[in-house]
Design a protein around this ligand. Structure first.
Ligand code: ADP
Ligand code: MG
Length: 968
């Protein structure tokens, strides 16, 4: 029974992205070819089986200042130079072929720079068959026994597939056989040597799980896209050697299912690998011829080899292909050898060739852009228009990206340094491409027939043949056993022999029997039909059950996939968290260590703080002790000084009383002179008060500060009141004054009072002389003590004796000077603060040891000492004092200086001096008794200072006397 099912291509449900949310990224593989020549520089390195590294060639590095650094690219898999064609096929194309057989579409393209091995990878060469011949071989190895007879499947012109009835198919076959050009059987055909031995028999592989209850047919098309035109490489064009017709370009169309196809493209049904090779080779040859004729470069065209696999279930008998177009499934695998990725500059093209190159690049650029936009849409959730239509290549494969399918790309790399820059671009594009995801094709539901039909049918046929053979074939008139048994169950036929022409019995009886039989048969048929129907419905029910079960399983699988994805996500999350926790642990560790260090620091600092506090405490207590001690000392000193002050006040009081007494006396004398006139005895009586007078010996105030006498200016200045006058120190203290009384007051006193008394007692030695003679008892005694003294007396112990004034004999300083210029050794003490006065009279001591400060060493070598002391006189002139003394060796081993003489050298303004003289002469003219230059006579004093060199003590004794002032 031949049935014909002709109709329109079933509208496959348009691909819904929502129905199939499972997506796979575009699988990108990288293959590196070996270097062409050994001396070429290599710019790539396969780091691992997923990573490849690019090194900038030396020339580039130098030119671009390290702009090109080493870059790594990761792919699903990287194949090194030693990878065989078979290994590559196993990884890259085999899954696509399996998918094809299971009704899923696939797209595989090679991409790379010209010469990088795209064609080698896709097509290969004899003995080294590429992905294309291997894929074809695998397809035929898998579906070989289940292929439908030629022309059973017939492509319509709208990218669909029809199932022809057997008569039409038979007629088409006969038509084909009659064409002499096509050899009858492909197996006996001569194979093109260029494609011979592409695949060795041991490399043969086949897909598992091929549906045996289906019938298959393979169709191939081969097109070339050049300069954005599509050419059919399998189109049969009558060859006209005189006027060759240029190939006509094809256009793209969209079918009912929105799939793109090349309208009017030849689809050749092939039944074996060899035949398929043959067809491919035909197309290849045509391509070469066209390229030569039109002067094109094949590397600039994209070649697309499309393998379509049509499959339809067998009918219920398992005998013929089900004549139901809805049950026909067509899947396709596109094998694309893209044009070389080249920059226009490298193509060395000019004019129209440049435009071609530009177009080639344009199509690759469009591919690039499409991938970029797709990626952006998928990653950012945007809905930008993908410019598929901008080039034929992208337009043709649009459905793979916005529909479903499996897309794989092999990036071919030539390691040579010349290609570096282009390879870099290729790598970037390839790496980006694997971020694009394509919807995973779903499994097609199988038709509602029982599985294993083909086998059952085959088994039945086999059994029948076997039995027939057993019987030696069917004998005429003899029915097969089954039919016999069937016939025996019918009512027996009555004897059919007619007794005569008028036999009315036999025929009606026969008719009746036959009618009976007919009824039985009718009944049997009915029963059979009933049973068959019942069985059919049961089977259909079972099939429905199975389908629903399978759908359920499918659903569950989907869910399982989702769950798997979830688990994977959670695993990833766990991994991430674990990494994070490890990181945190590491951080904690570091922090712990830091804390330990800080604590250590803290401890040591605390320790230091404690020790410092203790030290502070100690110092504080020390300070307190010191304070209390100082307070003690201060109170002691205070007490002492209070006592001292009291004592001095008393002394002052006494002195004042004394003065008062002297004045009284003078007053009395004056009074006596005035009242009594000239009297013989005007000598003042020794005042009765003299008895009450405080003894002359009194304690003088020491220099206020007990600073050591070390020749410093400050210590000398403390002696200033003592050296106020030009003095010649005499060994005998003829005239003594209180040390602490100011010299100026003494002068005024004497200028006022003494001349009178002297005038009065000038001829006769005053009473004071007696007194002076009497006094020296104690004084000489004291002086003797002083000379013998070894230990300097504390300033507080210095005694001062006052004597009456007396007229000292005129001093002869020249004598002194000549004496001082004698052979004795001098210590010439000149404080550094002295000013050089540049006067005529200068101290000149031969043999003297000059010192700035007295020291024991100098003193020990000398026996005379002189201190040159300068000070400001009351008239503003600088007066120089030469304080002389004798050096004694003390019993304690030290030196003591006894001051014996003070010479005052003073510069005077002549005008002032003459006026003074005039004044004095005037006063003399007034009748005042004149005693030489008494008025000019300055206080002379003799000072004896005893000191121990280097001792802290001040001068021991101070003797004051008047001496004649030497004029400068
Ligand atoms: P493309 O098609 O990319 O321009 P081809 O495939 O034509 O490059 O390769 C150029 C040359 O390099 C050919 O001679 C080819 O035999 C050789 N070749 C390419 N890849 C390999 C490989 N993996 N192993 C050996 N030779 C290769
Ligand atoms: Mg090529």
């Amino acid at each position: 029974m031949i049935r014909q099912a002709k109709g329109k291509t079933p509208r496959r449900p348009p691909p819904k992205k929502t129905s199939n949310n499972q997506k796979d990224p575009v699988g990108v593989y990288c293959r590196a070819r070996p270097l062409g020549a050994d001396d070429e520089e290599c710019c790539i390195e396969v780091i691992s089986n997923t990573t490849i590294q690019l090194h900038a060639p030396d020339g580039l590095k130098a030119n671009r200042n390290g702009e090109f650094k080493e870059t790594q690219y990761s792919f699903k898999k990287v194949f090194g130079i030693k990878t065989t064609q078979r290994e590559l096929f196993e990884d890259v194309a085999k899954p696509l072929v399996e998918d094809l057989i299971h009704c899923k579409n696939g797209l595989l393209f090679t991409y790379g720079v010209t010469g990088s091995g795209k064609t080698h990878t896709m097509t290969g060469s004899p003995g080294l068959g590429g992905l294309l011949p291997r894929s074809l071989d695998m397809i035929f190895n898998s579906i070989g026994p289940y292929q439908a007879k030629r022309y059973v499947f017939k492509p319509d012109d709208k990218n669909g597939m029809e199932v022809q009835n057997q008569v039409d198919a038979l007629l088409d076959r006969q038509k084909r056989d009659s064409q002499s050009t096509v050899p009858k059987t492909p197996t006996t055909r001569r194979i093109d040597p260029e494609f011979a031995d592409m695949i060795s028999p041991e490399d043969a592989c086949r897909a598992d799980g091929v549906d045996e209850d289906s019938s298959y047919s393979v169709f191939v098309s081969y097109i070339e896209i050049y300069n954005n035109y599509i050419y059919d490489l399998l189109e049969e064009t009558p060859f006209d050697p005189i006027k060759p017709k240029p190939p006509q370009s094809k256009i793209l169309r969209e079918d009912q299912n929105h799939n793109m196809y090349v309208a009017g493209c030849t689809e050749v049904e092939v039944k074996s690998t060899e035949e398929a090779f043959e067809v491919f080779w035909r197309g290849q040859k045509k391509r070469r011829i066209a390229n030569t004729q039109l002067n094109r470069e094949s590397s600039r065209s994209h070649s697309v080899f499309i393998v379509k696999l049509a499959q339809a279930p067998l009918d219920a008998d398992g005998d013929n292909v089900l004549q139901d177009k809805n049950q026909v499934n067509v899947s396709q695998l596109c094998l694309v050898d893209l044009a070389g990725s080249e920059r226009t500059s490298r193509t060395r093209a000019e004019g129209s060739r440049l435009r071609e190159a530009g177009n080639i690049n344009q199509s690759l650029m469009t591919l690039r852009t499409c991938i970029e936009v797709l990626r952006e849409n998928q990653m950012c959730g945007t809905n930008k228009m993908v410019p598929y239509r901008d080039s034929k290549v992208t337009h043709l494969f649009k459905n793979y990206f916005d529909g479903e399918g499996k897309v794989r790309m092999v990036v071919c790399v030539n390691p040579k340094a010349d290609d570096y820059e282009e390879t870099l671009l290729v790598m970037r594009f390839a790496e980006m491409t694997q971020e694009v995801e394509v919807a995973r094709p779903v499994d097609r539901p199988i038709c509602g027939f029982t599985a294993g039909r083909r086998q059952r049918n085959q088994a039945f046929k086999d059994e029948l043949t076997r039995r027939l053979e057993e019987r030696g074939g069917p004998v005429d008139g003899e029915f097969p056993t089954i039919l016999n048994q069937l016939l025996q169950s019918f009512p027996p036929l009555p004897p059919c022999e007619l007794s005569g022409p008028n036999d009315d019995v036999t025929l009606p009886r026969l008719i009746e029997a036959l009618e009976k039989r007919h009824r039985v048969r009718q009944m049997m048929i009915e029963e059979y039909n009933k049973t068959a129907n019942m069985l059919k419905s049961v089977l259909q029910e079972q099939d429905g059950n199975i389908v629903s079960k399978e759908n359920f399983i499918h659903e569950q699988r989907g869910k399982l996939g989702e769950k798997d994805k979830m688990i994977q996500n959670q695993k990833n999350e766990i991994d991430r968290l674990e990494k994070k926790s490890k990181m945190l642990e590491y951080k904690i560790d570091i922090l712990q260590k830091t804390t330990n260090i800080y604590e250590e620091d803290k401890r040591s600092l605390q320790h230091e703080l404690e020790s410092r506090e203790q030290r502070l405490q100690r110092e504080m207590s020390e300070k307190r002790r010191m304070e209390s001690r100082m307070q003690g000392i201060v109170t002691d000193a205070k007490l002492k000084w209070e006592k001292e002050c009291e004592r001095r006040v008393n002394a002052k009081q006494l002195e004042m009383q004394n003065k008062l007494w002297v004045k009284d006396e003078k007053l009395k004398q004056l009074k006596a002179i005035v009242t009594e006139g000239k009297t013989e005895n005007r000598q003042p009586q020794r005042p009765s008060r003299e008895k009450d007078k405080v003894p002359p010996k009194r304690s003088a105030s020491p220099s206020p500060a007990p600073s050591p006498y070390n020749g410093s200016q400050s210590s000398l200045s403390s002696l200033e009141p003592i050296y106020n006058f030009s003095q010649t120190v005499r060994p005998d203290p003829h005239f003594l004054r209180q040390g602490s009384v100011s010299v100026a007051s003494c002068i005024s006193e004497w200028e006022q009072g003494v001349p009178q008394s002297r005038r009065q007692g000038s001829q006769s030695p005053p009473d004071s002389r007696k007194r002076a003679q009497g006094l020296p008892d104690s004084l000489s005694r004291r002086r003797g003590r002083c000379w013998a003294r070894e230990v300097p007396v504390q300033p507080a112990d210095v005694d001062l004796e006052e004597t009456d004034h007396w007229t000292a004999p005129p001093v002869r300083p020249l004598h002194r000077r000549s004496h001082s210029a004698g052979g004795e050794r001098w210590v010439d003490h000149k404080p550094t603060s002295n000013v050089d006065l540049d006067t005529v009279l200068q101290l000149n001591l031969p043999n003297a040891i000059k010192v700035n400060a007295p020291n024991e060493k100098a003193l020990s070598k000398c026996d005379k000492y002189v201190l040159t002391h300068q000070e400001l006189a009351s008239d503003g002139e600088i007066q120089t004092k030469l304080i002389k003394g004798e050096v004694f060796r003390t019993r304690g081993g030290g030196q003591a200086v006894q001051f014996t003489d003070i010479e005052t050298l003073k510069q005077e303004n002549p005008v002032v001096a003459s006026s003074r003289k005039r004044r004095s002469s005037e006063s003399g003219q007034d009748g005042e008794p004149m005693e030489g230059d008494w008025t000019d006579v300055e206080t002379r004093c003799s000072v004896a200072l005893e000191m121990r060199a280097g001792s802290n003590l001040g001068p021991g004794y101070q003797h004051h006397g008047y001496t004649k002032r030497r004029k400068p």
